[in-house]
Design a protein around this ligand. Sequence first.
Ligand code: SF4
Length: 479
Amino acid sequence: MVLFQRGYECEREIKLFYNMFFNKDDDVTVTSEFKYENKIINVYTVIEYKNRLYNEDYYFKFDTENKSEKTIKKVFTAACTKSFVHASKKIKDINLPWGVMCGVRPAKNVRELYDEGFSDSEVREIFKTVYEVSEDKIDLSLTVANNEKKILKDNSPDKVGIYIGIPFCPTRCVYCSFVSTDIRTSGKYMNEFSQKLVLEIKKTAKILKKANLKIESIYIGGGTPTALDNKNLELILKTLNSEFDLSYLSEFTLEAGRCDTITEEKLKTAKKYGVDRISINPQTMNDKTLVKVNRCHTAKDVIDCFNMARNIGFYNINMDLIAGLPDEDFSDFKHSLDEVIKLNPDDITVHSMCIKYGARLNSIDFELTKSSIMNKMLSYMQESMKKTGRVPYYMYRQKNSSGNLENVGYSYPNKMGRYNVNIMEEKQTIIALGGGGSTKIVGKDIQRIFNFKDPKVYIDRFDEILAKKDEILKIMEVV
Ligand code: SF4
């Protein structure tokens, strides 16, 4: 695409929507002319495509007086993207339930508008007129924002969450872009990684004590933490219990993730050391797809693992599904969701398939599911969750996802995952340890400290990891 913008520039946002209407190799020239006069925004867009011109002369009434710079920028950007999208729709009619909203956290947008003093009906109006979000997604955003409030109200500056990254998996799923390594090659680092992690936990415990911070939640993720053998898993859980003050802890999650890593012994170990929430993530309940995406387990294994976890005494289990997996149509997704609902997990998260940089799917012939089918899948999910009494409580969107749709966590009202909400809303400091962890210190701004992702680098440069932990005190100005 060749883009000429006059009057106001937002190339990144235009490109985001361009990718939804056109292919990379299409020969497209876009000219966008922005004016703001007498409280009226006018964006005139012309798209030249296949020797034809498509245009949109878009007007929007908006008074910049008393508006923050951030709000003005958001409205100006939305006007440019709307003008571009309206012109593009004359070439291809694509349904965009999220309209021209670019942000990855729609519920956060709602909360920020609430904080600025807008009422429910005013937020609805802004979502509708500024971003052209569908009624359905407006309802979802407001419901999520109001459910999140119930968790966020308990936050205080002295409460933190702990994230521990275990970057090992039994095989790499074809869509994976997370911090993870295949244990068939990286398994040899597991022992040393775990021993270093113990040292990082000890160092972090001292820092938390010095800064008077209370741990509200622990989330062990990755990767797949249960890819560790029981000995290393126990070492880490035991150290967390002995080093940290867990008297303020209200949630302790272990991503058991893939059932090809779950054993009775590991689940009993987790239970013994206080884990009270686990994830067992099938992603799909169709065996053919599981093979296609490189996961070495069957749908029956998922059912067996789930029942085993319940029998051991886990009463807060999350299950993840992905809508739009390779070669899956609506009936495949419906089957997966129906099967998972039958098991009655406490929390179900449905992700919209997304191709991220670094995923193997990037290098094979794969096309994202049509947005109309994705919409059907997500509508079915929304309806089914409503029927079962689960509520949407956290949500985010990813770029390059099918239909530019959302990932939503639904749980029973008393089972909402605290860590999920806090990490999404960036309202609580999260101290991260292990491979690929990223500490977020929430103050006036958010300051980040990153751990190395690869287990070998984590081990080799461990002194740097420990040194970085001291930065937490500096940032928090603890002397
Ligand atoms: S289980 Fe998750 S982290 Fe592991 S390879 Fe699959 S997508 Fe990646």
